[in-house]
Design a protein around this ligand. Structure first.
Ligand code: ZN
Length: 149
């Protein structure tokens, strides 16, 4: 008999205790000549093990989602100018908005500012999303001679 109140136990601890009890029942049932009871207890034990495996999966999923929620509190955005997200206090290290808003959300830093023909751009190293931060000034081509003269 456990002295720890049920509410203080994690779901994994509860289901582990359940599996241990079911195993104990299987061991006790071995001494009986009732094959029907042996079969029923063994079936129950297998089902409990299936539930335990599923609970462990769900527990891991919850752990990951909780970590993502904590991280979300540390990230702000999107900014009005380029739609970037960034860690609070790190506005110069923008995150890829496309990766961040995808499911599952990925936190990926945009690459450095890069001077290209179209202007100053940043590229996402994961999804190649591009943001043009400064457009190249169009060159004013002026014809200062008349080719038909
Ligand atoms: Zn991306």
């Amino acid at each position: 008999m456990s002295i720890i109140p049920q509410a203080a136990l994690t779901t994994v601890q509860i289901v582990s205790g359940l599996a241990a009890s079911a195993k104990n029942a299987v061991d006790l049932a071995k001494s009986t000549s009732n094959t029907e009871l042996k079969g029923a207890v063994s079936e129950l034990y297998d089902s409990v093990l299936d539930v335990k495996a599923r609970v462990l999966e769900l527990d891991e999923e919850v752990r990951i989602l909780k970590a993502q929620l904590v991280q979300r509190d540390e990230i702000e955005g999107p900014d009005a100018k380029f739609g970037y997200f960034c860690f609070k206090g790190k506005p110069d290290a923008p995150l890829c908005p496309k990766c961040y808003q995808s499911i599952p959300s990925k936190v990926v830093n945009m690459g450095p500012r890069d001077q290209r023909a179209g202007g100053v751009m940043r590229f996402c190293p994961v999804c190649n999303f591009r943001v043009t931060e400064e457009r190249a000034h169009s060159i004013n081509r002026q014809i200062n001679y008349n080719p038909y003269s």
